[in-house]
Design a protein around this ligand. Structure first.
Ligand SMILES: Nc1ncnc2c1ncn2[C@@H]1O[C@H](COP(=O)(O)OP(=O)(O)OP(=O)(O)O)[C@@H](O)[C@H]1O
Length: 639
C-alpha cells in the first residue's frame, strides 16, 4: 500500500494539537498515540503522526508513518536491532523528546529532558557535543531524530542556523558508531555520503561530524586541492565521505571511491544541489549508490519544485518542515532593514551601515558578481580590513580568507553567493545585501549568515528607488517586513568609488585577501578607519527589530522614511540620481546591468515557478572546478 508520507497539516490542526497538549497540562508519553490518532483522524492519514508543535516562531510539522521496513537490512547494517532498526531505549527516550515538543508548544517553557545525554545516543557523541556546549537538541534535531533512526527517507526544512547539520548528523554518526562497535573492524568504503554545494560548506560539515564523532574516519573531497592525497586517504578506508559533486565524480571515475556500501546519503542545501545544471552531477553520484539506502535532503528553503523532484530520489519520504508555507521564513533573531541608495552611492554607505549595525562584530557584504566582490573589497579596503571571497579565488586563498574571517583577523567579508549558504561563522552580526539577490531563496540564505543558533543579527538590503517593488516581493515571499532606514548622504570626500579603474580586473580580479594598499594598516580589525559620520535624529528614532507578523506592518508608507539628514556629516552630497548608473558609462555585463532585468522581465511572483536558470560550465572559468557558485551574470533575476 502506498504510505502517504507527506501530509500537510493545517495551522488549525497545529493549534488543536497545541491546545490538546495545553488542556492536559504536562503531556505524558502515553498521550502520544491519542494525539497521533487525533491528528490522523483529522487529516485522514492512515498511520501515526508525530505531533506538531510550535517553538516560538517555529511551526513544527512532523509527520511520521508506520515503519515501512525500508532500511538497512539488505546489508545487515544494524541487522540485530529492533524491527525499527534502532535501540528500544532510544525509542522511548525520543518519544519523550517529542512529548516535550508538544509541551513546549503550550508553555513555551524550558525543555528539560531533551538533554542529548538522556536520549540513548552513543556516549562518544554525547561527550563530544558536550565539549562544544551542545547538550540539548534543537527543534529540528528533535523532530528528525526518531524517524531518521528508523531509517526513513526524509526532506528536512528548518530555518537557517537552527542545527540541520546535526539533525542529520547525529542519527548517521550514531548508527555508524554502533555498527562499527558490533563489527569491530575498520570499514573500507564509506557508509555515509554527504553532498554539499560548495567546498567551504563541505569542509564545515566534515568538521562538525568530526567534532561530534572523533572515532570515525572522515574524508572531505572537493576541487582545488590535490586529488592524490584524497585518493590515498580513501585507500586507507573511511567511514564517511563529504564532498562537492565534481570531485566526487572525479574520484569515482578514477576508481578510488567506492560508494557501494553507502547506507546514508544526504543532500545538504538540497534545493541548490538539484538546480538545473547541478542536478546531473548529483544524479551521476546517486546512480552509484546502493538502491537500498537512507536518503535525506535538507535545506532552509524547499521550493515546490524540489518536493516534486525529490520523489525521484527518495522512497516514501517523510517531510519534516519546521518553516511551513504561511510563516515568515527567516530565523527569529534576524532584524531586517532596507535602505535606498543610488547605484553609484551604494559603496559609500556601506561604511556607515557597518559602523552602525555590525556593533563591532563581523559583517558579510553580498555582491552579485565576483568582479563586484573584488571591486567593492578593494574600494572598502581604504576604511576597513576586508577581503573578498568568490569562486575565482584560489582554493588555498579561499581557505585562508575564510579562516581569517572566522578568527577575526578581519571583520568584513565581501562575497558572492558562494558564501550564501550553510556557512556557520561565529559573531556575524550584520549581513548587507549590496545588490538584490536573484530570488527569495538566496535572500533567505544570505540573510541567514547572521542570527544563528538563537543569536541576534541584522540584515540590510540596499536597493534603488526603482527596486522598491522587488523589495515588496521579498517581503511577501519571505513573510517578513523591512524597517526602512533613512537615506544616507555622503560627503564628496567620503565617497567610495568602486568603479575606478584601480579596482577593476587585473590585480584584484581573481584573487582575494588583499590588504589596504594605501594605509597598510593591520592593527584594527574591522574598525572603521575612514571618514567619520554621525547618526541623525531620524535614524535614532527609527524602529529597529524585524516585525514578524502582518500586524506589525507599520503605517509608514512604502517608501517612507527616505528623509535626508541621516549621517549628516556626509551631507555635502545628496544623491537623487537613482538609476543614473545606466548612464554613467561604467556599465558592465552581468554586473549592475542586471538591474535592468527588473523592468525587462516583468516577472514578479515567479519565485516558486521553477528552478533557477543557473547553468554550470566547468570550462568557462566562471565556477570553481567543482563547487556550485552560479555564474551570476547568466542567472535570470527573478525580481
Ligand atoms: N543542539 C544544539 N545546541 C546548541 N548549538 C547547536 C545545536 N545544534 C547545532 N548547534 C550550532 O548551531 C549552529 C548552526 O547550526 P547549522 O550550521 O547546522 O545550521 P543550519 O540549520 O544547517 O543552517 P543553514 O541553513 O544556514 O545551513 C552551529 O554553530 C551549530 O554548532
Amino acid at each position: 500500500m502506498d504510505l502517504c508520507l507527506q501530509t500537510t497539516m493545517s495551522a488549525v490542526l497545529l493549534r488543536r494539537t497545541t491546545a490538546l497538549a495545553a488542556s492536559r497540562g504536562r503531556v505524558s508519553s502515553t498521550l502520544l498515540p491519542p494525539i497521533a490518532n487525533f491528528l490522523a483522524s483529522r487529516v485522514g492519514v492512515n498511520g501515526s503522526v508525530i505531533p506538531a508543535a510550535e517553538f516560538g516562531n517555529f511551526s513544527c510539522i512532523g509527520v511520521m508513518e508506520r515503519p515501512s521496513g525500508f532500511g538497512f537490512q539488505s546489508r545487515g547494517f544494524h541487522a540485530v536491532s529492533r524491527p525499527l532498526n534502532f535501540r528500544a531505549s532510544l525509542v522511548s527516550l525520543v518519544e519523550f523528546a517529542v512529548e516535550e515538543c508538544v509541551e513546549a508548544s503550550s508553555s513555551r517553557s524550558g525543555d528539560e529532558g531533551l538533554e542529548i545525554g538522556k536520549l540513548g545516543i552513543a556516549p562518544e557523541i554525547v561527550s563530544a557535543l558536550k565539549k562544544k556546549g551542545i547538550t540539548k537538541l534543537f527543534p529540528i534535531q528533535r523532530a528528525v531524530l526518531e524517524p531518521a533512526m528508523q531509517g526513513r527517507d526524509m526532506i528536512g526544512r528548518a530555518r537557517t542556523g537552527t542545527g540541520k547539520t546535526l539533525a542529520f548528523g547525529i542519527p548517521i554518526l550514531d548508527k555508524i558508531i554502533q555498527f562499527k562497535a558490533k563489527k569491530k573492524g575498520k570499514g573500507r568504503n564509506p557508509l555515509a555520503l554527504v553532498l554539499a554545494p560548495t567546498r567551504e560548506l563541505a569542509r564545515q560539515v566534515e568538521k562538525e561530524f568530526e567534532e561530534a564523532a572523533p572515532s570515525l574516519d572522515m574524508i572531505c573531497v572537493y576541487g582545488g586541492t590535490p586529488i592524490s592525497s584524497q585518493m590515498r586517504q580513501l585507500g586507507f578506508g573511511v567511514d564517511i565521505a563529504v564532498g562537492t559533486p565534481g570531485r566526487l565524480i572525479d574520484l569515482l571515475n578514477r576508481g578510488s571511491l567506492n560508494l557501494s556500501e553507502v547506507n546514508f546519503v544526504v543532500l545538504d542545501e538540497a534545493d541548490q544541489m538539484l538546480q538545473v545544471g547541478f542536478q546531473e552531477d548529483v544524479e551521476k553520484i546517486l546512480e552509484r549508490l546502493p538502491r537500498k539506502r537512507q536518503s535525506m535532503m535538507f535545506s532552509a528553503t524547499m521550493p515546490s519544485w524540489i518536493r516534486k523532484l525529490s520523489q525521484n530520489y527518495l522512497t516514501n519520504p517523510l517531510t519534516v518542515d519546521l518553516v511551513g508555507d504561511s510563516d515568515q521564513k527567516l530565523a527569529d533573531g534576524i532584524s531586517l532593514f532596507s535602505i535606498v541608495a543610488d547605484m553609484r552611492g551604494k559603496a559609500s554607505i556601506i561604511g556607515p551601515l557597518i559602523a552602525e549595525h555590525a556593533k563591532g562584530g563581523k559583517c558579510i557584504v553580498f555582491t552579485q558578481t565576483k568582479r563586484d566582490a573584488d571591486r567593492l573589497a578593494y574600494a572598502m579596503a581604504r576604511n576597513f580590513k576586508c577581503e573578498a571571497l568568490h569562486g575565482d579565488i584560489s582554493q588555498s586563498q579561499r581557505e585562508r580568507t575564510l579562516s581569517g574571517f572566522r578568527v577575526g583577523r578581519f571583520n568584513v567579508l565581501v562575497a558572492t553567493d558562494v558564501a550564501a549558504r550553510g556557512l556557520d561563522i561565529p559573531n556575524v552580526d550584520l549581513v548587507i545585501h549590496f545588490e538584490l539577490p536573484n530570488n527569495t531563496e538566496i535572500f533567505v540564505h544570505r540573510s541567514g549568515r547572521t542570527g544563528r543558533a538563537g543569536k541576534k543579527g541584522s540584515a540590510i538590503l540596499i536597493h534603488t528607488q526603482n527596486q522598491s517593488k522587488a523589495v515588496r516581493v521579498i517581503e511577501r515571499e519571505v513573510g517578513c517586513r523591512f524597517n526602512e532606514l533613512p537615506r544616507i548622504t555622503v560627503e564628496d570626500g567620503a565617497h567610495v568609488d568602486m568603479f575606478s579603474e584601480r579596482g577593476v580586473g587585473g590585480r584584484f580580479s581573481s584573487f582575494g585577501g588583499f590588504k589596504d594598499p594605501r594605509t597598510n594598516d593591520s592593527g584594527r580589525t574591522g574598525g572603521q578607519r575612514g571618514p567619520s559620520f554621525r547618526r541623525s535624529g531620524d535614524y535614532e528614532n527609527s524602529s529597529f527589530g524585524r516585525s514578524s507578523g502582518r500586524d506589525s506592518f507599520g503605517p509608514k508608507g512604502k517608501n517612507g522614511g527616505h528623509t535626508s539628514g541621516g549621517f549628516s556629516s556626509f551631507g555635502a552630497r545628496k544623491s537623487n540620481n537613482a538609476g543614473d548608473f545606466r548612464s554613467s558609462g561604467s556599465r558592465r555585463s552581468g554586473g549592475f546591468g542586471d538591474f535592468d532585468s527588473l523592468t525587462r522581465s516583468g516577472g514578479f511572483g515567479d519565485f516558486d515557478s521553477g528552478r533557477s536558470s543557473g547553468r554550470k560550465s566547468r570550462n568557462s572559468g566562471l565556477f570553481g572546478d567543482d563547487d556550485m557558485e552560479a555564474n551570476q551574470s547568466s542567472r535570470r533575476r527573478k525580481f
